[in-house]
Design a binder for this molecule. Structure first.
Ligand code: P6P
Length: 334
């Protein structure tokens, strides 16, 4: 029987999903096209970073106190511009900007997009994969019911959609709107994100753990015992380590192959290093949609009540077996 070579683009996929929500206005699909267009422009620059004057730092620091890379600044401007053009986007918040951008108060402007335009950018100069992460929240339809601060600081379970774009050996958009996790590979010849990984499910158990072991001496005991147990074969096999140091790449491997990715509390970052609103929340949303879990200590990441837009958090996220073992290590250490 001839193989069905029909391609499904991201736009087709989101329109098909939209049909399941009667009354959908199409404004969400139009918003998503802002993300796909911006990330296509970003990937084109990332892939040519060694040419022209795109490598290196931009001579400034961001709100995190991190040296901004030139591509950080470029990627941020592109995300802000193309999402800002979408009527349905009312608020934009970026890892690169201290304050959010309150764009429009119209009734249509019911979405909030919180993003990291180029996570892992310190790896760009050495040609390591980097990524864009995004989290989409909704505001009340009635402008009179809106509160700029409260609408932004919603817990992760209220995300209407979330995802990342990984600029790796290929460019891949991984996304969920609460109806499973789906991966789309950019076909440069067509200029479209094509469905390549429908309904991604995390393996029950993997074979890798992913953590920066340089900090292991300052991890809380439960985390130390967790890693030692994985390594010594407590889960029936001795785990190997894989750590790229670019969250989107480490998370993508964990999502597809199973295992666990973690950034525990450390002496340098006692609350963890990753940012809740635009790193941990999108990742946790995808992990849970794919059958995995994401915790900060005992707490489900998606239930954490944000206090500030740039707050950091610890995170352990992975497959069912690894996460059960992590919770067992927490119990034994208490
Ligand atoms: P460390 C990159 O700067 C980043 O925010 C994440 O992409 C990555 O997972 C983490 O920091 C790496 O941190 O302390 O291991 O270098």
């Amino acid at each position: 029987m001839e193989r069905d070579n029909t391609v499904i683009t991201f736009e087709q996929h989101t329109l098909l999903q939209q049909r399941r929500h009667p009354g959908a206005s199409g404004s969400f699909a139009w918003l998503l096209s802002g993300i796909t267009l911006a990330t296509k422009i970003i990937q084109a620059k990332v892939r040519r970073a060694g040419l022209g004057d795109l490598l290196g730092d931009a001579g400034a620091t961001n709100v995190q106190g991190e040296t901004q890379q030139k591509l950080d600044v470029f990627s941020n401007q592109v995300m802000l511009h193309y999402l800002g053009l979408r009527d349905s986007v009312g608020i934009l918040a970026s890892e690169e900007n201290e304050e959010p951008f309150f764009l429009k108060q119209s009734a249509d402007a019911k979405y909030i997009v919180i993003f990291d335009p180029l996570d892992g950018s310190s790896n760009i100069d050495v040609n390591v994969s980097v990524g864009t992460t995004f989290s989409i929240l909704r505001r009340p339809n009635d402008p009179h019911e809106r509160d700029d601060a409260l609408d932004l600081l919603q817990p992760g379970y209220k995300q209407v959609a979330a995802g990342y774009v990984l600029y790796g050996s290929s460019t891949m958009l991984v996304y969920s709107a609460g109806d499973g996790v789906h991966g789309f590979t950019l076909d440069p010849a067509v200029g479209a994100y094509i469905l390549s990984h429908e309904n991604i499910r995390m393996p029950e158990q993997g074979k890798w753990y992913s953590v920066n072991e340089a900090h292991v001496d300052s991890f809380p005991p439960a985390y130390q015992n967790f890693i030692a147990g994985l390594r010594s074969g407590k889960l029936g096999k001795k785990y190997a380590s894989r750590y790229i140091g670019s969250m989107v790449a480490d998370v993508h491997r964990t999502l597809l192959k199973g295992g666990v990715f973690l950034y525990p509390p450390t002496a340098d970052n006692p609350r963890g290093k990753l940012r809740l609103m635009y790193e941990a929340n999108p990742i946790a949303f995808l992990m849970e949609q794919a059958g995995g879990k994401a915790l900060c200590g005992r707490q489900r990441v998606l239930e954490m009540q944000p206090e500030t837009i740039h707050q950091r958090t610890a995170i352990v996220c992975g497959g069912r077996r690894e996460m059960e073992f992590f919770e067992q290590c927490l119990d034994e250490a208490s």
